[in-house]
Design a protein around this ligand. Structure first.
Ligand code: C5P
Length: 219
């Protein structure tokens, strides 16, 4: 039996990849499946929270009892998150937001030319989490850092720079961790320098351990 320990909390979760359109038939994206974020949304709901899930394109079913807002691009995700962040007491940003988007979206399908190379100009997407960090208030703000190298160094940097209360450091080079698998291997890093190392476990279990930790932070 699960505790009802998140009753009274409103948890805003983002999940999945974003898609950045190049033209009407092409886009830039990443391998995120949404599994980690959806697991957090389900777990928070089971523990009594009101849950709003802002999801990029994902094949996963809508979690029961959770309000899901489906978005495609980082710009849309930002709009949805900013529209709903005021009511949230806890925000967990598990989405793999594309860092860049095509600077110009072609109105018509781009044609093949006789040149061997094609340059695609990209421009930076807004960093949603940094924006939330700047207007944090009393909310508990949790980010993810999926890295292929210098995991802890990169994660600590994001924790500080984005003004987070907790970051989930995720070494995606490990076999049973990261994109599109049902398990994960993570560490939970806090601004006081503490570090909780979790062994390999299901993403559902990671979700519960993360929520335990968030509750401990909220005191
Ligand atoms: O900087 P990086 O993308 O690795 O940071 C990861 C964290 O920041 C994740 O929690 C992700 O959801 C969030 N993020 C964001 N907006 C972006 C890029 C990342 O909210 N444009």
């Amino acid at each position: 039996t699960l505790p009802n320990d998140l009753a009274g909390e409103t948890v805003l979760v983002t999940a999945g990849p974003t898609r950045e359109e190049i033209d009407p038939v092409r886009y830039i994206s990443n391998y995120s499946s949404g599994k980690m974020g959806y697991a957090i949304a389900r777990a928070a709901r089971l523990r009594g929270a009101k849950v709003v899930l802002v999801s990029g394109p994902s094949a996963l079913p809508q979690p029961v009892g959770v309000e899901r807002i489906c978005v495609t691009s980082a710009a849309e995700m930002k709009e949805a998150v900013l529209a709903r962040c005021d009511e949230a007491t806890i925000i967990v940003k598990a989405a793999a937001v594309a860092d860049y988007r095509p600077a110009h979206r072609a109105e018509h399908k781009m044609k093949k030319h006789n040149t061997d190379a094609l340059n695609l100009e990209l421009e930076k997407n807004p960093d949603i989490l940094s924006e939330l960090g700047r207007r944090k208030g009393h909310r508990t703000l949790v980010g993810f850092a999926a890295e292929t190298r210098d995991l802890l160094e990169n994660a600590r940097k994001k924790l500080t720079e984005k003004n987070l209360d907790l970051i989930v450091a995720n070494d995606i080079t490990q076999q049973h961790a990261g994109f599109d698998v049902d398990t994960n291997v993570v560490r939970l890093l806090a601004p006081d320098g503490s570090e909780e190392i979790l062994p390999e476990m299901s993403k559902d279990e990671v979700a519960h351990r993360l929520l335990d930790r968030i509750l401990a932070l909220r005191g």
